[in-house]
Design a protein around this ligand. Structure first.
Ligand SMILES: [Zn+2]
Ligand SMILES: [Zn+2]
Length: 459
């Protein structure tokens, strides 16, 4: 073993975990006791709960007594995007997922901006987020959507977690000087970027310190908080699953609008190393546009994209799944395996009792269709007991696909030796020429050649 490997192993926390880590941990690690009136003082996460409860109150009350100037309003929106991008482009896509490389100045700017969102240090946040991806929807997911909308949105930060977050490696972040610096000075940075800077800028530039504090610092913070929290709640609850439906993440434009582009969360959980969340040009993903712009001006590089071929496979799988449901909900004709195989004589005998017509080797009972036939009853009556294959396929009238599909529904038997060779087009109704089959269902329904004569087709 080389010295570098040993060093690597010393710093990765997940190298020695058992193969059945999730089940093992759930079995052997006791959860904290349930939150109750007896233990609530101990069980509340006081620092985050105080911040999360007090800021909306201060913000709303403050707004009642503080005039909003247009400069402060514009600055608040601007600062919302600055600190929001610190989380989405920085904490999330850069540090949690390494979806691109950022130059030192960009890393520094993102670390500062992210501090202004007051959501913990990069190290703490990314540790939780990596566990969220690794253990999505399980007990080891720090903000599992299975515990409900409220819990995944904010509840997990108000009360201590009942279980320790699942293990996730952040050794790369522990070695990053900017991440270490931000972690070390986090409280100072939080106060400076979260409250001092957004108060001082409006004060110095247009003399509105109070408005700056209420709108650009406190209320802006409330919006950034709930906007990013929606990635854990709304994005696991609202929308479609176009890439995979194994877990809870979903895609929705509304989530994208409130989260600076993090709303295509179904895609994101499937392809977390991709710097994009939205892959279509018209979808709202300002975080992606920001990272792309940084690349154009030389601040970012190595923007990662998952191979398009694999992305399309996910999409196709989900489309086929939906189509399969539609297919399963329709009634289909009986195939060879279910139908009795009868001789020409039996066919003729049966014709004395009911109107049977032979087409492409299948015997059809047309009794409920005699009066419905668009070409008239007489054409069907003429064909009773006869082979109407040629007449059906263009000899008299080249029937539509719908007619062929309907005809197949009237099958009651197979004429022994009656299937014309090399005429699959006439044998298989149009609606069955292309169908969704699971990997273990690929045998042909027309493969059977069993021979059974009898009264079975009287059924
Ligand atoms: Zn998620
Ligand atoms: Zn993520």
């Amino acid at each position: 073993m080389s010295p570098s490997t040993t060093k690597q192993e010393e710093t990765t926390v997940d190298i020695d975990i058992p193969d059945n880590y999730v089940a093992y941990t759930l079995k052997n690690e006791k959860p904290r006791p349930p939150f109750s009136w007896k233990n609530w003082r101990n069980e509340i996460s006081w620092i985050s709960a105080t911040l999360l409860v007090s800021t909306p109150i201060i913000g709303v009350v403050g707004a009642f007594y503080t005039k909003l100037t247009w400069q402060t309003a514009l600055f608040s929106i601007f600062y919302y995007y600055v600190t929001g991008l610190g989380i989405t482009a920085g904490y999330h896509r850069l540090w949690s997922h390494r979806s691109y490389n950022a130059s030192v100045p960009l890393q520094f700017a993102l670390a500062l901006a992210g501090s202004g969102a007051c959501e913990g240090s990069i190290k703490w946040w990314s540790r939780k987020h990596r566990a969220h991806h690794r253990y999505t929807d399980t007990e080891l997911d720090p903000y599992s959507a299975n515990k409900g909308f409220y819990y995944s949105h904010i509840g997990w930060m108000l009360v201590k977690s009942r279980r320790r977050t699942g293990v996730a490696d952040i050794s790369d972040l522990s070695k990053n000087p900017i991440v270490r610096w931000q972690h070390k000075h986090y409280m100072k940075l939080l106060l400076t970027m979260g409250f001092v800077v957004p108060t001082v800028i409006p004060w110095l530039l247009w003399g509105d310190a109070r408005g700056g504090y209420v709108y650009a610092a406190v209320l802006r913070l409330v919006f950034v908080h709930h906007s990013t929290f929606c990635v854990n709640s709304l994005a696991h609850w609202l929308g479609e699953t176009p890439f995979d439906d194994k877990h809870s993440p979903r895609d929705h434009v509304i989530t994208a609008l409130v989260t600076i582009g993090e709303g295509y969360h179904n895609f994101h959980h499937q392809f977390p190393m991709d710097y994009r969340n939205a892959i279509k040009w018209y979808q709202y993903d300002p975080t992606k546009w920001f990272i792309w712009t940084c690349k154009q001006i030389g601040l970012a590089s190595q923007l990662k994209k998952f191979p398009d071929n694999e992305v399309k496979k996910g999409v196709l799988t989900m489309q086929l799944k939906k189509l399969r449901e539609t297919q399963d909900n329709l009634a289909w004709p009986s195939d060879n395996n279910d139908l009795p195989v009868v001789s020409w004589d039996t066919f003729q005998q049966q014709c004395q009792k009911r109107p049977l017509i032979l087409v492409s080797g299948f015997i059809h009972d047309v009794s409920d269709f005699l009066d419905e036939h668009p070409g008239g009853r007489h054409l069907l009556v003429k064909m009773i007991g006869r082979d109407a294959t040629t007449a059906f396929f263009g000899g008299v009238y080249d029937h539509s696909n719908a007619a062929h599909n309907l005809l197949a529904m009237k099958r009651v038997g197979v004429l022994h030796g009656g299937h014309p060779h090399g005429l699959d087009e006439k044998l298989i109704p149009p609606s069955q020429r292309l169908k969704i089959a699971r990997y273990n269902e690929l045998g042909s329904p027309y493969a059977s050649s069993s021979w059974s004569d009898g009264e079975g087709m009287l059924g």
